[in-house]
Design a protein. Structure first.
Ligand SMILES: [Zn+2]
Lengths: 365, 231
C-alpha cells in the first residue's frame, strides 16, 4: 500500500448515485489510498443537465475501469480489503443500482462484509478525509453544523456525534446548484452553471445588481425558485436595454448575447443573493446550536465567494470552518469510504438483498 | 421460484454460471463446461431484481452443490429488455467475472429466445418495450423499436414468437414464447459456451443491447472525463 501503513479497516467504497462513477480505497475512514472518479459532466453538457438514462448507461460502461484503476493506485485487490461500502441512496434509481449490485457481488465473491452508506452522510464525512501523503489533520469537533450544497442537494444539518444527524433545514424547491445551472443558461454561460457564474462574477465592477433573498422567516429552509424567476426578469430587462430579443425570440437567436459587462454584473448579483442566504443561515444555525465547528461540502462548496464569505463569518464568531478540497466536495467514492468506515466500526452490515433507496432521507427533523 | 434439474455437482466440479434478467422471468442457471445444464432457478422478476439475484445465485450453488470458486465463466443475457433488470444482471456478471478472474460472455437474450423457441431461421421475436412499445428482432438483424400503435409487418413465412406479451399477441405466438422462455437457460448456456471458447467479451465494454437512445438524446455523445486522483 502507498503512504503510511494501514492502521484501521481498509474499505473499498463505491459511489454511483448521480453522474460520477467513483471508487476509492480508504484506510480507517480517513486516509485516501485511492480515489478514482469518472465524471459524466461532458456527457450531460449538451442537454444542459443530467439525463438519468445517460447516467445509468455510463456507470455500467465505466465501473470496471474505475475499479481497476482504484485497485492499482492503492496496490490492493478486493481480497485484501476489510469490507465494501456502497451508496444505496438517495439518488437516481438506475445509477444507484449499478453501483449497489456491483458492490454486493464484489463482497459476495470474497465473503467480505458489505456496508450501505447514505450519500448525504458521505458529503458530511468528506470533512474527515486526508490524502495518503499528508499529515492527518485534526478531526472536525462536535457539535458541528454542516452546510451541503450541490446540484442535487441543499441542506443544513447538526451533528452532535458520529452518525447522529438533526436536519435543520433544506431546500423547499430547487437545489442551489440547479439554480446556478438554470441562471447560467439564461446568461448564455456553459454547463455546469456554478463555476461559469463564479468566473463571470469575478469581472463585475459595479457590484450593484440586486436580487431578492428568500429568508423564509426564522426557518433554516432554503428556496431558490423565486430567485430564479427574478433572475429571468432581470436578465430580460438587461437584454431589452441592450436591444436584444427575449423569451422565445432569444432562443431562436443564440448569438444575440448580453455584453460581458452585463453578464458579469448579473452573475455577481445572483451569486451574492445565493451566498448571502446560505452563509447567513449557516452562521445563525451554528450560533443557535452551540456548534464548535462548521463543515461545508457539496459541489457548490468549490464556489470561491461562498468559501471566502463563510470562512470570514465563521472566524468572526470564533469557529473553525472545514472545507474539503474541491474534488472531495463533488461526488466521489472516498467520502463513501469515510462514512462507511464509521458504520463498519459501529457493526453495521448490509445483506445481499440491499437495494437502491432513491429518496433515502439523511435524518428527520 | 422453481428449480430445474438435479443437483449434479460434487463440490469440486468446474462450471459455468448463466444469468438473464432481460425478461419478466429471471433465469439463473448452472452448466458444465460443455454447456450441459446442471440446474437452474427461474422466477418472476417483479420489480425486485436487485434484491433477489445474488441471493438466488447463492441458493443455486448450495442446491446444486457447486462452489463459487469453481465458476469458470459467466454468461449473461444482454437483452434487449427492461433496463432495470439488465443493469442488475450486467453489474453482477461484471463484478463476478472480475473477481473470479474468469471470462464473461454476453449473449443476446433475443438470440437465445429465438434459438430456444424452435421457430427456425424465419423466427421473429416480439418483446414488450416499456408500457406501450414493442421490440422486434428478426434473425440476426439488429433489434428494432416498434412504437405503440404501429402494426408489425409480417412476411408470409415468418414465425412469430411473442414473449411477455400475453393477450397482446396472437395465441400461437404467445405459445411459442412460452417454449422459448422454458428453453432460455439451456439456450444461454449453449450460445455462451461458444462465445467463451472464442475468448468472451471485454469486461469493461460489455453493455446491454440498447434498442434506442435515451429520451431527449439525439446522438451518442462523447466520453467521460477521467480522473485517477482528483485534486
Ligand atoms: Zn452529492
Amino acid at each position: 500500500m502507498t503512504g503510511s501503513a494501514a492502521h484501521g479497516p481498509v474499505l473499498l467504497a463505491i459511489e454511483s448515485s448521480c453522474d460520477e462513477t467513483g471508487i476509492a480505497v480508504i484506510d480507517a475512514g480517513r486516509r485516501i489510498l485511492a480515489n478514482v472518479v469518472a465524471s459524466q459532466t461532458a456527457l450531460h453538457a449538451a442537454s444542459g443537465g443530467i439525463v438519468p438514462e445517460v447516467a445509468a448507461r455510463a456507470h455500467l460502461r465505466w465501473i470496471v475501469p474505475v475499479l481497476d484503476q482504484a485497485l492499482a493506485d492503492a496496490n490492493v485487490t478486493v481480497e485484501d480489503v476489510d469490507g465494501v461500502a456502497v451508496t444505496y441512496g438517495p439518488g437516481l434509481a438506475g445509477s444507484l443500482l449499478v453501483g449497489i449490485n456491483f458492490a454486493k457481488t464484489l463482497a459476495w465473491a470474497h465473503d467480505k462484509p458489505l456496508v450501505g452508506v447514505n450519500h448525504l452522510e458521505g458529503h458530511l464525512y468528506a470533512a474527515w478525509l486526508a490524502d495518503a501523503t499528508a499529515d492527518l489533520p485534526a478531526e472536525p469537533v462536535f457539535p458541528l453544523v454542516a452546510l451541503i450544497v450541490s446540484g442535487g442537494h441543499t441542506f443544513l444539518v447538526e451533528m452532535r456525534d458520529h452518525l447522529t444527524y438533526r436536519l435543520l433545514g433544506q431546500t423547499v424547491d430547487d437545489a442551489a446548484g440547479e439554480a446556478f445551472d438554470k441562471v447560467g443558461r439564461l446568461l448564455g454561460l456553459p454547463y455546469p452553471g456554478g463555476p461559469a457564474i463564479s468566473r463571470a462574477a469575478e469581472a463585475a465592477g459595479l457590484h450593484d445588481a440586486a436580487f431578492p433573498r428568500a429568508w423564509l422567516g426564522d426557518s433554516y429552509d432554503f428556496s431558490f425558485s423565486g430567485l430564479k424567476t427574478a433572475a429571468r426578469r432581470t436578465i430580460d430587462e438587461a437584454r431589452i436595454e441592450e436591444g436584444l430579443p427575449t423569451g422565445k425570440a432569444a432562443e431562436a437567436e443564440p448569438d444575440a448575447r448580453l455584453s460581458d459587462a452585463a453578464v458579469a454584473e448579473l452573475a455577481w448579483g445572483f451569486q451574492d443573493a445565493v451566498v448571502d442566504v446560505l452563509v447567513t443561515k449557516t452562521i445563525r444555525a451554528a450560533a443557535a446550536t452551540g456548534a464548535r465547528s462548521i463543515v461545508l461540502g457539496g459541489g457548490v462548496a468549490a464556489n470561491g465567494s461562498l468559501r471566502t464569505r463563510l470562512a470570514g463569518e465563521a472566524e468572526a464568531i470564533g469557529l473553525p470552518l472545514i472545507v474539503p478540497r474541491p474534488a472531495l466536495c463533488t461526488d466521489n467514492g472516498a467520502m463513501i469510504g469515510a462514512a462507511g468506515a464509521r458504520r463498519f466500526a459501529a457493526g453495521e452490515r448490509a445483506g445481499l438483498a440491499l437495494d437502491a433507496s432513491p429518496s433515502l432521507p439523511l435524518a428527520r427533523r | 421460484m422453481t428449480a430445474q434439474g438435479q443437483a449434479a455437482g460434487d463440490g469440486r466440479r468446474d462450471w459455468l454460471l448463466a444469468i438473464d434478467t432481460a425478461t419478466a422471468r429471471i433465469v439463473v442457471a448452472a452448466g458444465g463446461l460443455d454447456g450441459t445444464p446442471l440446474g437452474a432457478t427461474i422466477w418472476d422478476a417483479g420489480r425486485t431484481h436487485g434484491e433477489q439475484l445474488l441471493p438466488a445465485i447463492g441458493r443455486l450453488t448450495g442446491e446444486a452443490n457447486l462452489r463459487r470458486s469453481r465458476i469458470r465463466g459467466v454468461i449473461v443475457g444482454t437483452g434487449p429488455g427492461a433496463f432495470t433488470g439488465l443493469r442488475v444482471g450486467l453489474a453482477t456478471a461484471k463484478a463476478l467475472a472480475h473477481e473470479l478472474r474468469v471470462p464473461v460472455a454476453g449473449v443476446s437474450t433475443a438470440a437465445a429466445l429465438l434459438d430456444a423457441s424452435g421457430a427456425g431461421p424465419l423466427g421473429v421475436l416480439l418483446l414488450p418495450a416499456g408500457p406501450n412499445d414493442r421490440t422486434v428482432v428478426r434473425g440476426a438483424d439488429p433489434a428494432i423499436l416498434l412504437p405503440g400503435g404501429r402494426a408489425l409487418e409480417l412476411r408470409d413465412a415468418d414465425v412469430l414468437v411473442a414473449v411477455d406479451l400475453d393477450g397482446r399477441a396472437p395465441a400461437d405466438a404467445v405459445a411459442r414464447g412460452e417454449v422459448a422462455r422454458d428453453g432460455l437457460a439451456a439456450a444461454l448456456l449453449r450460445l455462451g459456451v461458444g462465445r467463451l471458447a472464442a475468448g468472451g467479451d471485454d469486461l469493461a465494454r460489455l453493455v446491454p443491447d440498447y434498442v434506442s437512445l435515451p429520451r431527449g438524446v439525439t446522438s451518442e455523445s462523447g466520453e467521460v472525463e477521467w480522473s485517477r486522483d482528483p485534486r
